[in-house]
Design a protein around this ligand. Structure first.
Ligand code: NAD
Length: 498
């Protein structure tokens, strides 16, 4: 079966002939095919979205909110179905897939409050007989371009808010995990969203480039790797579009000597190997401060060896395969280079074979100790189940290490000291910080975003910054003079308050 585009409320094959393979990573076999959209397909979707955007923006804010409530209910009802599609194309476990649907749904719940979120401000009597009010209006057509690792949650960071704000949306999901977006499109239709307000164009660079240059696209939300985020930000900005582009990460967990080591080790293992390390907020660098290193590494090793690896859909499995054979080979190469550069391979997942799934894209959890900041194993975003341990003498040295890293997505500190936690959160140059919380993904009513090369653009995603990104402001200054017989002359000088 082939995944078609979804344009104007119906499935369409589009004009192209190129198809992409969609794998089941646990089997290492092609599961389905996906259309790889052309510039003409993008043009068709953007035209339909533009046509729908006008009347959608005129739909009352309460009606838009009610559609979000209905969509939210459908997401609850179809949670298992979505999780199965995610797991079979991405490889993550069913529990993990359900978790991403729930976290994405929270953005829909936030968007249900759109009447409150779009309430403007009013200032009475800013001058004698003059009032001011401000309000926000939608941009028109928003494009979303998303990565493979959260096929449902990351698109949900974007489209519910963009649509609730009154925009039409064109989603270009990752070509590696296209299935869930089709289901989401159908749920929107069942929730009562007018056809054309939500569209999906599948594809690769060709479709992305067509969106970035299309004059009918007003804004672009992108999430993916840093090189592509940088490219998307530059290309969309050049084309005069509003753009936010979230990039890659290298997330550090600092473990202080006063931390509960058992708690820290357990949470670091979950944060490093959950979803096979393919989360932008996964912990990849463990920074052991002072004397804790040997004890901490031993505890992480023990827990790592007990992780059940297998197909994401099977009972009892804690970690599935990675997304492609190329990803597995790249991750194995990073481990090999780390070992060559002098790191100690404490747990080696490279030779793992899962019985009955010999062709699956599996690599076991891997632990590298004695990693230094100059090694590629530290510098590269490995984006796989590899934890690297760096040893530093003090909290200051840990903060210095984090701040010297080009990424600034997430970080965490494990400590029992409020003073340490406060110093850490004030001094690290990172957008999202956890205190004894290793994966500090903000809730939907806050905004999500990293610093430095983890985000290009001015706005974080979803939450209040999402509302600001998907709308633009108007300020109106109003005077209703009483009709008088003798008209006062208006002065030509710049108006000042009186
Ligand atoms: P990716 O950058 O390869 O792909 C992201 C999107 O860009 C996809 O839709 C893809 O089709 C498109 N794309 C790929 N190459 C392109 C090119 N040359 N020109 C134009 N478009 C192109 O990312 P991925 O491998 O799918 O996802 C993993 C990456 O995403 C990791 O780096 C991870 O850290 C990052 N990520 C970041 C966040 C965040 O919030 N900062 C969240 C999730 C994932």
């Amino acid at each position: 079966m082939t995944y078609d585009h979804w344009i104007g409320g119906t499935s369409v094959p589009g004009s192209g002939t190129r198809l992409g393979d969609v794998f089941d990573p646990a089997l290492g076999a092609v599961r389905r095919l996906v259309r790889l959209g052309t510039a003409a397909d993008v043009d068709a979707a953007v035209r339909v979205a533009r046509a729908a955007a006008g009347s959608w923006a005129q739909t009352s804010v309460t009606a838009r909110s009610r559609i979000m409530f209905a969509f939210r209910e459908l997401l609850v009802r179809h949670e298992d179905e979505l999780a199965v599609v995610i797991s079979s194309e991405h490889g993550k476990t069913l529990d993990d897939a359900r978790g991403e649907v729930v976290r994405g749904r929270e953005v829909v719940e936030f968007a249900c409050g759109i009447p409150q979120l779009l309430k403007g401000a009013f200032s009475d009597q800013v001058s004698r007989g003059v009032d001011s009010h401000s309000f926000r209006q939608p941009l028109g057509v928003v494009a979303g371009i998303t990565p493979f690792n959260f096929p449902v949650m990351v698109p949900l960071w974007m489209h519910p808010l963009a649509i609730a704000c009154g925009n039409a949306f064109v989603l270009k999901p990752s070509e590696r995990v296209p299935g869930a977006s089709d289901l989401v499109a159908r749920l929107y239709q069942r929730a009562g969203l007018p056809d054309g307000v939500f569209n999906v164009v599948h594809g690769d660079k060709v479709a992305v480039d067509a969106l970035l240059s299309h004059p009918g696209v007003d804004a672009v939300s992108f999430v993916g790797s840093t090189p592509i985020a940088r490219y998307v930000h530059a290309a969309a900005s050049r084309a005069g579009k509003r753009v936010q582009a979230l990039g890659g990460a290298k997330n550090h967990a600092v473990v202080m000597p006063d931390a509960d080591l058992e708690f820290a080790a357990d949470h670091i293992v979950a944060a490093g190997y959950g979803s096979a390390g393919q989360r932008c907020m996964a912990i990849s660098a463990v920074v052991a401060v002072g004397s804790v290193a040997d004890d901490l590494v031993e505890r992480i090793r023990e827990r790592t060896l007990r992780i059940a690896v297998g197909p994401g859909g099977a009972d009892g499995v804690e970690m599935g395969p990675v997304v492609t054979a190329a990803a597995r080979d790249r991750i194995a190469g990073a481990v090999e280079r780390g070992a060559k550069d002098g790191a100690t391979v404490v747990v080696d997942g490279r030779d793992l074979v899962v019985a009955g799934h010999e062709d699956g894209f599996f690599i076991g959890p891997t632990l590298l100790d004695h990693v230094s900041p100059s090694m590629d194993a530290y510098r590269d975003e490995i984006f796989g189940p590899v934890l690297t341990v760096l040893r530093v003498p003090t909290l200051d040295a840990a903060i210095e290490l984090i701040n010297a890293n080009p990424y600034g997505n997430g970080t965490a500190v494990f400590t029992s000291s409020g003073h340490v936690a406060r110093e850490f959160e004030r001094r690290v140059e990172v957008g999202m910080i956890g205190v004894n919380v290793p994966v500090p993904v903000p809730m939907a009513f806050h905004s999500f975003g990293g610093w430095k090369q983890s985000l290009f653009g001015d706005h974080h995603i979803h939450g209040p910054e999402g509302v600001a990104f998907y709308t633009r402001a108007k300020v109106v200054t109003t005077r209703w003079p009483q009709v008088r017989r003798e008209v006062e002359r208006a002065p030509l000088a710049f108006p000042t308050v009186s």
